[in-house]
Design a protein around this ligand. Structure first.
Ligand SMILES: [Zn+2]
Length: 362
């Protein structure tokens, strides 16, 4: 799969394109800005522009270089992401291991271009630093330039024992080889090693507009969310596509929790219903209201289906058998519970009462 299109950041894009066109793009850039706004995607866009055979205000998108970058298969684009620490003890073996981990990470991103941040244990260790230093010395494979992207550069770990690897990297940033670019990204530049921060030219990027986040989600989420769900996700995301994707995962899990809860309620009192209650998976009040919203959504869909108005999402067989009047009655009770959930009520208790109410109606 290809990279998802870059969203927003019109002003940084314009400045980068201008600098590339005039041959004045700094060779070491630190892209800094909030989490989930597409800093690494902007760095990839910049790499595409630097490698494009017919660049303008945007990369052309159709030349061989552009297609290779979009497929994450360009030999002169080195996207370096945090990886687990190599297990080998020998230095060369560690570098090989880092290269393998990076190749695997990229393969994952080719399969699933919308990724979540790597786990907290992953970092840019000294094996990665050595790997970058080695690759930076090679001549470009495809064309005349090489681009390195160091995502989440705050995760660069310098160990006392491998000061020479750190120094090699610093030397690279201080005097980059000709036609070699380093694009670092960081949500928290303050955590970056000062020696690195001082060698990079900062490029600030900001939050995305709600309109940009909405357009991206509407185009890229599969299955597409309903309009109310989209509104909610966009409002909570606060200008971050990364946050929106996390929200969307949360609403996905709320939907499946709602489906099993409704199923248990309709199965009537007994072990299934008792099991469903303690399992309700919420850690925060937000998750609880998400569950109620998802229950309301499922009932609303079933009601629309039952009156022939067409459900937005697939309706479970048990709900599809219900009479529309009963579904609307159930929906009204869920709406009441949703209002009560805004106040200071015990979610567990509220859900138990609601289960009893719905069991009578459905
Ligand atoms: Zn191109």
């Amino acid at each position: 799969m290809n990279l998802k299109p870059l969203t927003g950041h019109a002003e940084p894009r314009r400045r980068i394109a201008q600098a590339v066109a005039s041959g004045k793009l700094p060779q070491v850039i630190l892209v800094a800005g909030p989490e989930g706004v597409g800093k690494q995607r902007l760095a990839l866009w910049t790499a595409q522009l630097l490698l494009c055979e017919a660049p303008g205000a945007e990369p052309c998108g159709t030349c061989r270089s552009c297609r290779l970058v979009l497929g994450l298969a360009h030999a002169d684009l080195h996207w370096v992401v945090p990886i687990p620490r190599p297990k080998a003890s020998e230095q060369d073996r560690q570098v090989e291991e880092a290269a393998e981990s990076l190749a695997e990470a990229l393969e994952e991103r080719r399969k699933a271009p919308l990724y979540t941040p790597p786990d907290g244990m992953s970092s840019h260790g000294m094996a990665t630093a050595r790997l970058i230093a080695r690759r930076a010395m090679l001549t470009p494979v495809e064309g005349r330039r090489k681009v390195f992207i160091l995502g989440e550069a705050e995760r660069l770990v310098v160990q006392e024992s491998s000061q020479e690897a750190a120094n090699a990297l610093l030397k690279l940033f201080e005097e980059p080889p000709a036609e070699t670019y380093f694009l670092l990204t960081a949500a928290d530049p303050g955590r970056l090693l000062p020696t690195i921060r001082s060698r990079a030219v900062p490029l600030r990027v900001g939050w995305l507009s709600d309109g940009d986040v909405r357009a991206f989600l509407a185009a890229e989420l599969d299955p597409a969310p309903t309009q109310p769900a989209l509104d909610r996700i966009v409002a909570r995301a606060g200008g971050s596509i990364g946050a929106a994707l996390t929200e969307s995962d949360a609403s996905q899990s709320a939907r499946s929790a709602a489906a099993s809860w409704l199923e248990a309620v309709m199965a009537g009192p007994g072990p299934a219903a008792e099991r469903a209650l303690p399992q309700a998976p919420w850690a925060a009040r937000g998750e609880f209201t998400d569950l109620l919203d998802a229950v309301a959504e499922a009932l609303g869909d079933a009601a629309r289906g039952a009156v022939g108005a067409g459900a937005i999402r697939p309706v479970s067989a048990a709900l599809a058998r219900q009479d529309p009047a009963r579904l609307l009655d159930a929906l009204a009770r869920v709406t009441e519970a949703r209002e009560a959930a805004q106040g200071n009520v015990n979610p567990q208790l509220l859900l138990a009462v609601l289960a009893g109410d719905l069991a009578e109606v459905l």
